[in-house]
Design a protein around this ligand. Structure first.
Ligand SMILES: *[C@@H]1O[C@H](CO)[C@@H](O)[C@H](O)[C@H]1NC(C)=O
Ligand SMILES: *[C@@H]1O[C@H](CO)[C@@H](O)[C@H](O)[C@H]1NC(C)=O
Ligand SMILES: *[C@@H]1O[C@H](CO)[C@@H](O)[C@H](O)[C@H]1NC(C)=O
Ligand SMILES: *[C@@H]1O[C@H](CO)[C@@H](O)[C@H](O)[C@H]1NC(C)=O
Ligand SMILES: *[C@@H]1O[C@H](CO)[C@@H](O)[C@H](O)[C@H]1NC(C)=O
Ligand SMILES: *[C@@H]1O[C@H](CO)[C@@H](O)[C@H](O)[C@H]1NC(C)=O
Length: 411
């Protein structure tokens, strides 16, 4: 909490956060097949030292069932996408962190809530604790119902949103006004004191018949590519962003990952299995790819990486990089290949994570507990930069597809 504001430096120019509609009906509130919301990439630089400690805390939170993923200041080191989300009528736009690892949407961290005549105080209070001691942070405040606008065509009425009380969000970098929760409704349980659960933005888009199926498509381009934007597609996926079929896998039945976008997968480094089929989550709000400690140890010895004191991440020499094998994520019988280049942090951004400009850092990190915990990996932002993802509540499944960036060598 102490660290918050100074942590952030947006490396990339803040692009005009364009809200564009693709393939959508021009009439507001019509029943759409799909509509697209543009996202903007931000790099949150490190001020303190340990990047992996942060990623680990974020992953562990699910085990504690305390809400969702961790949001201590250091947890924000890395890459994130944000969306401009309008609240009220006329809408005020807030820059919210796109998070499939939590499900409540809240505002007010940097920009104050502008009430309009659509604003209705529910009388309830929300409180979400992200992270684990001593790295946990809590955001709390009043829960409102209001109109939420995702772009000119996606208007949701009566959306439950949190409005953070001043000073309750010091862990969140100042470039964000709050969180856009895109996880399953289960993760809202117990967050608002006078409600068992609160319907998510996706729930309401579907219930209000703004979209025909409760499906979210997500596209992130790599932080190191020329196109640093991303997009969310509501009600389907954007076929123009994928280069193959979407392969789906059912949401896992293993608790606690089953309450989030949990899936089963195994991971191999080259021909060697480093993590047998087990359970984890897909989380756009986790920057790297944390895996269970025993798998991490195998990965470390296979790559020859050593822990870098400054960043807490694995570092390898250029000779070791030349010998790096691909990492294969086997999900629902389909193998997703993370190339050597996809396994390293963009070298142009090394100093942002507290590293040296000429070093090579691996983006696979240690989750902090051995496999078998029910949360043995997090396919975070670095994974989602290489594979298009589809979050399908209607059919309880998650899908992935290759993109033009799957094999990019821009890192
Ligand atoms: C709410 O405010 C808007 C904008 O000021 C106005 O157009 C609208 O008529 C108001 N609605 C009601 C129900 O007062
Ligand atoms: C996270 O925030 C807490 C305060 O809530 C602070 O004590 C702790 O040092 C922070 N963690 C890190 C890694 O900075
Ligand atoms: C508005 O949403 C709340 C829960 O978020 C629900 O309890 C209430 O019934 C809804 N009201 C209408 C008019 O849909
Ligand atoms: C992996 O296995 C394949 C087929 O068994 C073999 O051709 C290849 O040489 C192996 N690669 C490595 C790095 O061991
Ligand atoms: C960062 O984390 C790594 C891995 O846990 C640890 O080995 C290293 O000592 C830490 N560095 C600092 C400065 O705390
Ligand atoms: C990381 O921490 C170590 C030990 O505390 C310190 O010597 C080093 O300068 C720090 N690195 C950065 C980038 O802050």
């Amino acid at each position: 909490m102490v660290l918050s504001k100074s942590l952030v430096s947006l490396l990339f120019p803040v692009l005009a956060l364009l809200l564009q509609t693709a393939r959508a009906s021009p009439r507001p509130r019509a029943s759409l097949s799909t509509a697209t919301l543009k996202l903007t990439l931000g790099i949150n630089s490190v001020e303190t030292n340990n990047t992996t400690v942060a990623a680990r805390a974020r992953a562990r939170v699910l085990l504690q069932r305390s809400g969702s993923s961790s949001i201590n200041a250091t947890n924000y080191v890395g890459v994130y996408h944000s969306a401009d989300v309008g609240v009220g009528d006329p809408p005020t736009y807030y820059t919210l962190l796109v998070d499939t690892g939590s499900s409540n949407t809240w505002i007010g961290a940097s920009k104050s809530y502008e009430k309009t005549n659509t604003s209705k105080d529910t009388g309830g209070q929300f409180e979400i604790t992200y992270g684990i001691p001593p790295e946990e942070s809590t955001v709390y405040g009043e829960e409102y119902l209001d109109t939420v606008t995702l772009n000119s065509d996606l208007v949701i009425t009566n959306q439950s949103i949190g409005v953070a009380q001043d000073g309750s969000t010091s862990g969140l970098p100042s470039s964000f006004d709050g969180i856009f929760g895109l996880g399953p409704v289960d993760l809202t349980e117990g967050v608002v004191n006078n409600a068992y659960q609160v319907p998510t933005v996706m729930n309401n888009l579907y219930a209000q018949k703004t979209i025909n199926s409760e499906v979210l498509g997500m596209f992130f381009s790599p932080a190191s590519s020329d196109d640093t934007t991303g997009e969310l597609t509501f009600g389907g996926y954007d076929a123009s962003k994928i280069t193959g079929d979407i392969n789906y896998v059912s949401i896992t039945s293993t608790y606690p990952a089953s309450t989030s976008w949990g899936i089963d997968q195994s991971i191999s480094y080259g021909n060697t299995t480093i993590l047998s089929k087990t359970t984890g989550i897909v989380d756009s709000g986790t920057p790297f790819i944390p895996i269970a400690s025993d798998a991490f140890t195998l990965y470390q010895s296979a790559t020859g990486g050593t822990i870098d004191e400054a960043t807490g991440m694995l570092t390898i020499s250029s000779d070791q990089y030349d010998k790096l094998s691909s990492l294969y994520f086997n999900i629902g019988g389909v193998s997703y290949e993370l190339t050597p280049n996809a396994q390293i942090w963009p070298r142009s951004l090394n100093t942002d994570i507290g590293g040296s400009a000429d070093a090579i850092y691996l983006i696979v990190t240690d989750i902090g507990s051995d496999s078998g915990s029910g949360l043995d990996f997090v396919n975070g932002h670095c994974f989602l930069e290489r594979f298009y993802s589809v979050f399908d509540t209607t059919n309880s499944q998650v899908g992935f597809a290759t993109t033009e960036y799957t094999d990019a060598t821009t890192n």
